[in-house]
Design a binder for this molecule. Structure first.
Ligand code: NAD
Length: 300
């Protein structure tokens, strides 16, 4: 690879679209794909729109996946069961796949071995920071893989994020991301429960958030989600409730794979799974607060 690698980018959703914009701004040539053709319209004229995933592979030195989960990443790369219509059908030996989705680490390791057998490297580089930091190009990125492969990705990662953390071998980035989101989801749910209880006791919710933010109960949700999305009942943070529930299930699977007891995670996942069943996965994750309010009516 000489000069800037040619990038294939699959998954132009809430996160992928602004990330692709930042890669274009940094001067990378992009070929893009998404299952929803409506997602491609914004990039028309500035990125190549290949006729197939295999064609996207042929046009790419590095393929970035920003898809809902690891099963979909596998399908996009390898094609549907028994078919040969995925990205890999066109990708040359020596290419690299950068999975920036929040995939499950055990599946990532298995996929890495399969890609290696075809001469293709895999690096997992999930992100944190939400849509706002995807737009700003200041994401936190946790990167797992062989050191030399991570080095190859650095110029790309530098266009997307501010804090880039190598986390160890392949899959370690995905494990870290799932564990981060467990902590984030637990913090959001705890704060939402506390604000609900406080409100019913007679406390003012906005004042409660100010006090939490000046006190030891402060967390990312109290700082960046309550006044912005939850108290005004906007629920437009741009991260799906179903994606958060998926991340929690991944965290629990990782706990099980390491035989680590995690009773709090188990309770937290039960809560988010029930919220997903009742509100649907497409609801915004901040609607966990709305879900908790529905439990009051259910209890009466
Ligand atoms: P999203 O649902 O907005 O976007 C996913 C995109 O993938 C959609 O455009 C969809 O059409 C496309 N897609 C789905 N299946 C496909 C397929 N088979 N082939 C091609 N395209 C397909 O999701 P998002 O919020 O952008 O999240 C993407 C990933 O990043 C997820 O793993 C999520 O957990 C993670 N993440 C999201 C956020 C956030 O704040 N939204 C933050 C950090 C990490």
């Amino acid at each position: 690879m000489t000069g800037k690698p040619r990038i294939g980018f699959v998954g132009l959703g809430n996160m992928g679209a602004p990330m692709a914009e930042n890669l274009l701004k940094a001067g990378f040539a992009l070929a893009v794909a998404d299952a929803d053709p409506g997602r491609l319209a914004g990039l028309g004229g500035r990125a190549v729109l290949p006729a197939s995933l295999a064609e996207l592979g042929r046009l790419s030195d590095v393929v970035i996946a920003m898809l809902p989960d690891g099963k979909i990443v596998r399908k996009v790369l390898c094609g549907a069961q028994g078919s040969n219509d995925g990205v890999l059908a066109g990708l040359a030996a020596g290419a690299l796949v950068l999975d920036m989705s929040s995939s499950a680490p055990v599946g990532t390791r298995a996929l890495g071995a399969e890609l290696a057998a075809r001469g293709v490297a895999l690096v997992d580089a999930p992100v944190s920071g939400g849509v706002r930091r995807a737009v700003d190009g200041t994401l936190a990125i946790m990167v797992g893989g062989a050191a030399a492969d991570i080095e190859r990705c650095r110029p790309i990662l530098a266009a997307l994020g501010r804090d880039i953390f190598p986390t160890g071998p392949l899959g370690s980035g995905h494990a870290m991301k799932a564990l981060n989101n467990y902590v984030s989801a637990a913090g959001l749910a705890a704060a939402a429960e506390a604000v609900l209880v406080g409100r019913r006791f007679g406390l003012d919710p906005a004042t409660m958030v100010d006090i939490l933010n000046a006190s030891t109960g402060r967390n990312n949700s109290t700082e960046n989600k309550f006044k912005q999305f939850i108290l005004p009942k906007r629920y437009t943070a741009g991260f799906g409730l179903g994606l958060m529930a998926k991340d929690l299930r991944t965290a629990l699977e990782t706990a099980e794979a390491t035989e680590t007891p995690t009773p709090l995670a188990a309770a937290c996942i039960a809560l988010w799974n029930d919220a997903e069943a009742k509100l649907g996965g497409a609801a915004d994750h901040t609607e966990i607060a709305r879900y908790l309010e529905t439990l009051i009516e259910e209890g009466q």
